[in-house]
Design a protein around this ligand. Structure first.
Ligand code: DGJ
Length: 731
């Protein structure tokens, strides 16, 4: 059993293959965190040292013992207002107006299998070696109970957490803070890594030492956002890709989140993560409960690569919908960069027909097919075909595409409405805005009030009616604005603090209904590019459009940062128009493909405008991806350079799970005269096997390639990529 309770020591031991997590019931029922890290066989309950620190506050029950203080006793799930002065995991305004919450151990249970969270995504059991621990805690004066839930997935060194907060009293209470996780470390010798960005520049890796005080990343935009990804890494200061302590935490959540790292004067570091308290206040009536989103934690003492692999395998085998595990997305062509919104059926058919001759497997019709949608200013909310643009209708067009021997995909943005739409004319009160206050517009659209079931029903019914007779294989689900003026006319004043979280629950509800109705359909998440790239979305959609910046060179750091938590097969990545529409950069079609191989792979251009040479390249590329995409996108991913600091060249590698094949990408970003040779040391290969490098016609042992390296070519051009395919020689 990977979870044990040692009753004489009141100790909880959570063990995965390579890690241990320990806490205990300490004096007066406090739940005290003891240890998280590399696996240890014995108990770590010798670690806490009780000392007087000066100016310490002591729990009432300690009487004259001044060595017990929440200043230093690290709680598993710290409350608020009773002398733990660091960032709280939970805070409640009680029925009497007080805001203290002081949780003490009551009981626990341990069971085989994985818990689920109602109405919210969480890791799936999927025959994993899961064990669950539930610890019940109570604040006896305020009548609040909290169940701390821990899931242990031994095989991938993963521990999940969430908390259920119950009102067992007889007055309404208001939950003001409800984090999913709190972890303490008895050191300040740590670096924090987070992923910041903006539209077109998502998930830039940033590493800095933890400092006294608090460092918070968060979102108040209603979406997890381009600006900070809902994930963080704490690592030892010497951690590299190949060695060092690395703790990763990611939320299975797509809305306003917050993650705070705090260091105090006793060299203790605490991290908390969960729903952003700045935009959250939840009324709990008697007998009601609130459940936090799930947090996924993993630890490795072997550096970032091993930590990323734990996340990647967990996402692959325990998060994305089961029917897509290990199945690559058909090679697609999307018309967005070719036509934008302004297209008609024959233009689309011309793109699809040409693409088919080059080997493309699926045609995806992007924004512009519905309602009054002739430009960005109108149409959202009306999910009926615009017959002037598509005379065959969606069903007819999908059949035309299928008769070419291609699959058919379609774009939607179901959470939005334009004021110039039938939906808005009929239901102006169905969007999120404050009556009497002008709403902020973004791309001339407003956010629909997904806290309301009738709004979700309406959008679901429209989409269902439109799609039920069509042959749809893929849906790109977009979302193109931040939420402002958070308010729902369906909720009373005292419950307006629930809007943002209820919106996310509504978003999940519609994703669930749509995927239940069309289980074969592959969803792609999207949010103005990669503005909602998180584990919440990946529960429904096995892939997410990584960024609207499709410039291959700019994609290097974006895909690099994304890969710390998310595997390549989740990253929507396409060969796009050239010169690039966002940067104007001219990059060869092979370099553009090299980046896209390490993602879902597809095209975002008009194939009729390609030269003969480029068309030949497309045929070659598709053939390559069909043969080796399984390795480049689904394999174990190794970052060989850090593009944040190394600007001359970038390199990364994917190795098949059985290690018999690998795909290596080298991109020379800046050429120079008379340069030295770059020897790339590969990783993840079988030492004693000989690999043939198909493009070079040479053979080398795995050991030589990993320890001596592979010489890279001297290329007389900037931004040129080379892709090398390695296959174990058959006897
Ligand atoms: C933003 C997406 O990221 C693009 O790929 C495209 O689908 C547009 N929206 C369409 O409006």
């Amino acid at each position: 059993m990977s979870i044990q309770y040692i009753s004489d020591k009141k100790l909880f031991l959570l063990n995965t293959k390579n890690t241990s997590y320990q806490f205990r019931v300490a004096e007066f029922g406090f739940l005290e965190h003891l240890y998280y890290g590399r696996k240890i066989p014995d108990s770590a309950d010798y670690l806490p040292v009780r000392l007087r620190h000066g100016f310490e506050a002591n729990p009432y029950e300690a009487e004259k013992d001044r060595t017990i203080s929440l200043d230093v006793l690290e709680q598993e799930y710290p409350g608020f207002g009773v002398s733990d002065f660091k960032t709280a995991a939970v805070r409640v305004q009680n029925g009497d107006g007080s805001d203290c919450i002081d949780l003490r151990y009551v009981s626990h249970k341990i069971y085989e299998g994985k818990y689920a969270i109602e109405g919210m995504p969480s890791l799936r059991e999927n025959n994993g070696d899961w064990t669950t621990l539930e610890v019940l805690m109570r604040d006896s004066s305020s009548q609040i109970e909290v169940t701390l839930v821990y899931g242990v997935l031994g095989k991938y060194d993963v521990i999940t957490r969430c908390a259920r907060i119950y009102n067992v009293g007889n007055k309404n209470v208001f939950v003001q803070r409800a984090h999913s996780v709190c972890v303490a470390f008895p050191t300040d010798k740590l670096d924090a890594i987070s992923f910041y960005g903006s539209w077109g520049h998502e998930r830039n890796m940033e590493r800095m030492p933890v400092r006294h005080g608090k460092y918070t990343i968060d979102s108040t935009r209603g979406i997890s956002s381009h600006y900070y990804n809902p994930s963080m890494i704490l690592c030892s200061q010497d951690a590299t890709e190949e060695q060092g302590d690395c703790y990763g935490i990611a939320l299975v959540y797509s809305g306003n989140f917050a993650m705070t790292v705090e260091v105090n004067d006793f060299k203790q570091t605490r991290i908390v993560a969960g729903v952003n308290p700045d935009t959250f206040c939840w009324r709990l009536a008697p007998k009601e409960h609130f459940c936090t989103p799930e947090a996924v934690m993993t630890y490795s003492y072997e550096g970032f690569t091993a930590m990323s692999h734990n996340f990647h395998r967990t996402i692959k085998y325990h998060l994305i919908p089961k029917q897509f595990i290990g199945k690559r997305c058909p090679v697609l062509i999307n018309n967005w960069e070719a036509t934008m919104i302004d297209f008609d059926e024959e233009q689309l058919m011309a793109i699809a027909e040409k693409a088919k001759t080059l080997g493309v497997e699926m045609f995806v019709m992007d924004d512009g097919w519905f309602g009054r949608r002739t430009d960005e200013y109108r149409g959202l909310g009306d999910w009926q075909c615009n017959w002037q643009k598509i005379p065959s209708g969606i069903a007819g067009l999908s059949k035309r595409i299928h008769s070419l021997g291609m699959k058919f995909g379609i774009w939607i943005e179901p959470e939005m409405v334009n004021e110039d739409s039938e939906l808005y004319e009929e239901h102006p009160d169905w969007c999120i805005r404050i009556p009497g206050r002008n709403p902020t517009r973004q791309r001339y659209q407003l956010v629909l009030d997904f806290t309301r079931d009738e709004v979700i029903d309406n959008i679901y019914n429209q989409l269902y009616e439109e799609f039920k007779d069509a042959e749809i294989d893929y849906i790109k689900w977009d979302m193109n604005r931040s939420m402002t003026e958070r308010f729902s006319t369906a909720l009373p004043a005292e419950r307006q603090g629930e809007v943002c979280h209820r919106y996310v629950l509504g978003f999940y509800k519609l994703m669930q209904r749509l995927t239940d109705a069309f289980p074969r359909v592959r969803l792609e998440g999207c949010c103005g590019g990669g503005g909602r790239f998180d584990m919440g979305v990946l529960y429904y959609a096995p892939q997410i459009w990584c960024s609207d910046d499709t410039d291959a060179i700019e994609r290097i750091p974006i895909q690099y940062g994304t890969s710390f938590i998310y595997p390549p097969f989740t990253m929507g990545s396409h060969v796009s128009e050239c010169p690039n529409q966002q940067t104007g950069r001219v990059v060869s079609i092979d370099t553009r493909a090299a980046l896209a191989y390490f993602g879902t792979f597809g095209y975002e251009l008009d194939p009729n405008r390609l030269t003969d040479e480029e068309q030949e390249a497309v045929c070659r590329q598709i053939d390559y991806y069909c043969r080796y995409g399984e390795v480049s996108a689904q394999g174990c991913y190794y970052r060989l350079t850090n593009p944040q600091t190394e600007k001359e060249y970038a390199a990364f590698l994917s190795v098949a799970e059985d290690q018999t094949k690998a795909v290596l990408c080298f991109i020379q970003q800046v050429s120079g005269a008379n340069k030295g040779i770059i020897y790339l040391k590969l990783r993840g290969l079988l030492e004693n096997e000989n690999y043939e490098i198909l493009e070079l016609g040479m053979t080398c042992s795995g050991a030589a390639l990993m320890y001596a390296g592979l010489p890279m070519p001297q290329i007389k051009a900037d931004n040129e990529a080379r892709v090398y395919t390695l296959c174990v020689m058959q006897e």
